[in-house]
Design a protein around this ligand. Sequence first.
Ligand SMILES: NC(=O)c1ccc[n+]([C@@H]2O[C@H](COP(=O)([O-])OP(=O)(O)OC[C@H]3O[C@@H](n4cnc5c(N)ncnc54)[C@H](O)[C@@H]3O)[C@@H](O)[C@H]2O)c1
Length: 351
Amino acid sequence: MSDKLKRVAIIGSGNWGSTIAKIVGNNIKKFGTFENEIKMYVYEEMIDGKKLTDIINQEHENKKYLPGHKLPDNVVACADVAESAKDADILLIVLPHQFIERTCSTMKDQIKRTAFAVSFSKGFYVNKDKKVELISAVINRQLDIPCYVLMGANIANEVAAGTFCEATVGSRNYEHAQLIKGLIQTDEFRIVIKPDTEVIEVLGALKNIVAVAAGFSDGLGFGDNTKAAVIRLGLKEMVKFCEEFFPGHHPQIFLESCGVADLVTTCYGGRNRRVAEAFVKTGKDIKTLEEEMLNGQKLQGPDAAAEVMEWLKSKGQTNKFPLFSAVHDICERRLEPKLLLEALRHHPEYW
Ligand SMILES: NC(=O)c1ccc[n+]([C@@H]2O[C@H](COP(=O)([O-])OP(=O)(O)OC[C@H]3O[C@@H](n4cnc5c(N)ncnc54)[C@H](O)[C@@H]3O)[C@@H](O)[C@H]2O)c1
């Protein structure tokens, strides 16, 4: 690789995108091993009569998605995604997965041939023919550059506040993985590199489905033992999915931050759990609750359940994943939330 300083762009500026901008901006200032300025693509919106990009560039704070945290002044908000990505050597893609395909297609003509991307997005992509793809594969297909992943037990507000946590970077390219680690690791945010890219990404998407089940369990008032059973059975389905469709990974991968740790944090702390609990308690539908409770943030679990069901249907394997199926059916109101218990009671684990 050349000695010229590498340029970094951040595509996305939600709760996690802004947190990553805070970390990466500070690291770049501290170490001086990358170009100082980082363009951050912001999906433009008006907040109290002001453009969000202007608020970020003048006040150095994303008042909507990460209020209360200053962003370093080398992070420059830009509403034009192609302009943000132009000349970047490293693209950190932190968009809700629903927007990846369209956003990548807008910036693909500006991508440096030697660049690489890192996806932080959790979910799957289903095209109009119902074909399911990994998000990293969509990025790779659209931008024609390698795409690695970062997944882990990371609730953005806690990471932004600097409490200790860890994440897993999935990359089979040693040199690129070291660059990613150098950009993102801090004393409080520790990075472990593993060469199991696809499975790491899949775990990040699947755990949100289990978090929805955990939220249903909380909403139904089932208590800690039941929730632990939900988490364990959910983990078994996550492992089974990986074994069935992504064979060849290292079994210890489930013990990394992207595995059991992310599952635990999301079943206790995340937005998917919270909205699922409210779904049971209020009887409102998921879209309404997303709008009422999340102030523009996006839910991932219910969509991930629908995407996984498409995947399983195409393989004729829906019956092997009763917890995932029940979550999808409950979100779609084809099943009463209390019937989650039936999926647990009759789980193949007990056959
Ligand atoms: N927030 C977390 O704690 C966290 C932690 C780890 C991973 N993640 C993952 O990171 C990804 C990004 O989540 P987030 O928390 O940064 O976002 P978010 O849910 O906080 O915010 C939604 C973002 O989507 C943008 N947006 C809305 N409509 C859009 C459109 N049409 N096109 C492009 N962008 C649009 C909004 O401007 C906003 O930046 C998700 O896949 C999520 O699962 C989130």
